[in-house]
Write a protein that binds this ligand. Structure first.
Ligand code: TXA
Ligand code: MG
Length: 341
């Protein structure tokens, strides 16, 4: 299959919407932009189309897929019920980077839900994604547009590198605004559990619900979100996180980089712009994630940074740690998963 990679402009927007809509409705695959990361989309109501997603990504079949919807009213056909707490979260964060887990209706295919009786749903904020959903009028099932296990694609060319030949169309809308996948949230009886950290932070959720909010840590909670058990976001080289307070972290990292270099290990560095002058000796194998005072800029660059080193000859990537609060939780979650072996 020949893959078209089309750059979205004001002039061709309608044409590309039409073409992408036709591919989705005829059971094909489209890579489309969302505000979090690029999605690999198929008509979620068409089982054979959804199966193509698993094949294209090399995704395990028990790892369920998020449904993207174009309007809140679509929930009626997909889920058994919406709780008061879920409604508050929807009102506060949709459209946007928050995925909620619902009990699914019988008619939703268990291929989409990975065999679970629940289903993950979100309404994306990217305007092309929303317009595409409204145009096709069916939910689009879409995982991140990368080969399973690799860092997610936050631009069209990365999606093309991973999925060329497997999808009909890639819609290029520049770099993803947030750069990390949506927050995944599940309600149990007394609590709100965050199954995957994202840019809708624990603090933001606490601001709108009256229940206690926790990051899921117990195995049984995480097992209910099968995606969390697979290796994720992994660059080719090993990744090591360097801790330290922000005053001395650059010096710490440099010391460890030099020790590795002495042992013949080729080092890459992912750091903040504030410390770039410290790392000069390691150029060109240095990638700036942005300013430590702008966590959105950092989050946008997490996967770009990890992917940057895939084309470089390095054995070990050293990354500065970030404070685990607000968006820093999601950033550190991805680096920890990328460093797990
Ligand atoms: O931002 C995002 O969420 C992106 C864009 C494309 O929307 N999508 C994305 O999909 O990250 P994916 O497939 O890479 O991640 C889906 C996550 C996995 O961790 C999966 O286990 C979890 O959502 N999930 C899906 N259905 C679930 C369910 N029924 N219960 C618990 N977790 C579920
Ligand atoms: Mg993914």
């Amino acid at each position: 299959m020949k893959t078209k990679n089309l750059k979205l402009t004001a002039d061709n927007r309608e044409e590309i919407l039409k073409e992408a809509g036709e591919v989705i409705l005829s059971g094909g695959l489209v890579v489309f932009p969302t505000e979090t990361v690029y999605g690999l989309g198929a008509n979620a109501l068409n089982e054979s189309a959804v199966q193509k997603i698993f094949l294209a990504k090399g995704r395990p079949s028990d790892n369920p897929i998020i449904l993207h919807i174009g309007d809140e009213s679509w929930l009626d056909d997909l889920v058994e019920s919406v709780s008061g707490t879920q409604q508050k979260l929807i009102d506060a964060f949709w459209p946007g980077p928050l995925t909620l887990i619902f009990k699914k209706k019988e008619n939703v295919s268990s291929i989409v839900s990975g065999g679970l009786d629940t289903i993950a749903i979100r309404m994306p904020k990217n305007s092309f994604a929303l317009d595409l959903l409204k145009k096709v009028g069916v939910p689009i099932g879409a995982p991140s547009a990368n080969i399973s296990g690799k860092p997610s694609a936050t631009d069209a060319n990365t999606a093309f590198a991973d999925l060329s030949g497997q999808v009909s169309l890639i819609v290029d809308d520049g770099f993803s605004n947030i750069g990390l996948e949506s927050t995944v949230v599940k309600e149990d009886n007394e609590n709100i559990l965050i199954l995957r950290a994202g840019s809708v932070t624990k603090e933001m959720i606490e601001g709108v619900v009256s229940k206690p909010v926790f990051f899921a840590t117990k195995k049984e909670d995480l097992n209910s979100s099968p995606g969390t058990k697979y290796r994720h976001y992994a660059p080719k080289a090993k990744l090591q996180i360097i801790a330290g307070d922000s005053e001395n972290i650059g010096e710490n990292l440099l010391k460890i980089a030099n020790e590795n270099l002495k042992n013949g290990i080729r080092v890459g560095i992912l750091g903040t712009v504030e410390n770039m002058n410290i790392y000069k000796g390691f150029e060109p194998n240095v990638f700036s994630l942005g300013s430590k005072n702008d966590m959105l800029q950092i989050s946008r660059n997490v996967y770009r940074g990890l992917r940057f080193f895939d084309d470089k000859d390095v054995d070990l990537i050293l990354v500065e740690a970030f404070e685990e609060k607000d968006l820093g939780v999601a950033v550190m979650d991805r680096f920890k998963k990328a460093s797990a072996v």
